[in-house]
Design a protein around this ligand. Structure first.
Ligand code: NAD
Length: 497
């Protein structure tokens, strides 16, 4: 296995008010390399005291600092400088991410570039942004005064840490908010880079604050802090429910991007080569640790046998190995706890479907590390746990269907509603089917690519609210309505007899 790249941080700290600091308590936790499960360093373990310090710094920067009052063009220059720095450091970033998460290096590099794009996009958006003004001729003028909401609490998962952090940081900062970021405890390394990138780009001190630690301590304190009026959370649906309840005490604004069990539906008139490429990539890229993974494939019965033969053969050929090897397609899963969870689903799956690829550790895998062979279960009943529950690993359940109605029923038959993928050459059917699926996002004859202007979010247990484009700016800002009389003031004269 590749040795630790020199730039991987091993003494991971909080970053509060422009300084790297230890926890008030001095507590740390170990961070592991998924390819060996060896501890390669420690991270400061934050709790309420550290969150209090970070929120105080962010509050001061919001109340008295220059950032929330800067002109949009000036803010956009800083955001573009951040994007430039992320792009320039994409190799370094990808190496840190690959080391910490086990994501294959080529895919980690793509994520770094996407992170840069998020900043560039919001730089453009705030410069072009306009708000409503309404005139009632001769009577009244009404306009929207958009204002950043304050200190935003950002809580992120481990699957593509740096990119998902950028997804929240870029619109929050672009909106003029100040932030406290709590990254996932499995993968704290790459977030260290934000500090230097932001400093060099000219982001004022205190706008960005970072507290590492566990969800139940650092995350919980951030959610419950009275001076944090909004929480943007990405993670499991179960965690989302806890955070939702904890936000209620302060009636906080919430954006929730949660889990998924997204279907890919392949009709018998589909471009089968394209559908096979996409449905393989859809569940095995990012090690299967992808919220929008097409982890249930529904295939029309007339092409079912052909589809599963071809699919299984390709899945058996997927290259699992050292995540630093550019040829690797699937690396080691993020953490032994997650590995155990995925492996337990492989055992459950063996009682629920026919395993035609994978089903355990790959042959020849090193003794250590979280390796899982890309696994394909076929003939899976819709009541099966592997059909219903999010596994978040390189595991797919394939089920046949006969009619369009049956396909729709199967597609909608889970608690989740994040994404869906539809493959058919019949445009009328494709559009109607896409529109009837209970999913926040549908890709028709396409794999998962998204223009940053379009909404991102799930329905049902997959999320609350949409992010993406101006919707993200709406989340981080208040739209105050200002009404001005232009003519005489006509008011009923109470108390004037
Ligand atoms: P998780 O819910 O376990 O943790 C996510 C974050 O929440 C971590 O930073 C964690 O420390 C924190 N947290 C945990 N408990 C908390 C609490 N009580 N209060 C405050 N913070 C708390 O999720 P995970 O295992 O890190 O990530 C995987 C999940 O994320 C999957 O379900 C996946 O589908 C989902 N996800 C969704 C999207 C999306 O956009 N919909 C994107 C990526 C990942």
């Amino acid at each position: 296995m590749t040795q630790r790249p020199a730039n991987v941080p091993t003494n991971i700290k909080h970053y509060i008010n422009g300084e790297f600091v230890d926890s008030v308590s001095g507590e740390t936790f170990e961070v592991l390399n998924p390819q060996t499960n060896g501890a390669y360093g420690t991270a400061a373990s934050g709790d309420k005291a550290d969150i209090d310090r970070a929120v105080a710094a962010a509050t001061e920067a919001f109340t008295n600092g220059p950032w929330p009052r800067m002109k949009n063009r000036a803010k956009a220059r800083v955001l573009n400088a951040i994007a430039d720095a992320v792009e320039a450091r994409d190799q370094e970033l990808a190496e840190i991410e690959t080391w910490d998460t086990g994501l294959p290096i080529t895919q980690a590099k793509g994520q770094a570039r996407r992170a840069a794009e998020n900043f560039r996009f919001f730089a453009d958006l705030i410069v072009a942004q306009h708000d409503n003004a309404f005139k009632v001729p001769g009577t009244q003028m009404n306009y929207v005064n958009r204002k950043p909401k304050g200190v935003a609490g950002l809580i992120t998962p481990w699957n593509t840490p740096f990119m998902l952090e950028s997804w929240k940081l870029a619109p929050a900062i672009a909106s003029g908010c100040t932030v406290v970021l709590k990254p996932a405890e499995f993968t704290p390394a790459s977030a260290q880079l934000w500090a230097g990138i932001f400093e060099d780009a000219g982001l004022p001190k205190g706008v960005f604050n970072l507290v590492n630690g566990f969800g139940e301590t650092a995350g919980d304190a951030l959610v419950k802090h009275p001076d944090v009026p909004l929480i943007s959370f990405t993670g499991e649906s179960r965690t989302g429910q806890i955070i939702y309840a904890n936000c209620a005490a302060h009636l906080k604004g919430m954006s929730m991007e949660l889990g998924g069990k997204s279907p890919a539906i392949v009709f018998d008139d589909a471009d089968l080569d394209a559908a096979i490429d996409s449905t393989l990539f859809g569940v095995f890229s990012l090690n299967g640790e992808r919220c929008t993974a097409g982890s249930r494939i529904l295939v029309q019965r007339s092409i079912y046998d052909d589809f599963i033969d071809r699919y299984a053969e390709r899945a058996r050929n997927v290259k699992v190995g050292d995540a630093f090897d550019p040829a690797t397609e699937v690396g080691a899963l993020v953490h032994p706890e997650h590995y155990e969870k995925v492996m337990s689903y492989l055992e459950i799956g063996k009682g629920e479907g026919r395993c035609v690829a994978g089903g355990g550790r790959p042959e020849g895998a090193p003794a250590e590390g979280n390796w899982v062979a890309p696994t394909v279960f076929v003939d899976v009943e819709p009541t099966a746990r592997i059909f219903q529950e999010e596994i978040f690993g390189p595991v797919v359940a394939i089920t046949p269907f006969d009619t369009e109605d049956e396909a729709l029923e199967l597609a909608n038959n889970t608690r989740y509603g994040l994404a869906a993928y539809v493959w058919t050459e019949n445009l009328k059917r494709g559009h109607n089917f896409a529109q009837n699926i209970n999913a926040g996002m549908v890709w028709l004859n396409s794999h998962n690519v998204r223009d940053l202007r379009s909404p991102f979010g799930g329905v049902k247990a997959s999320g609350l609210g949409q992010e993406g484009g101006y919707r993200s700016i709406d989340f981080y800002t208040d739209q105050q309505a200002v009404h001005i009389t232009l003519g005489d003031v006509h008011t009923a004269r109470f108390g004037a007899n």
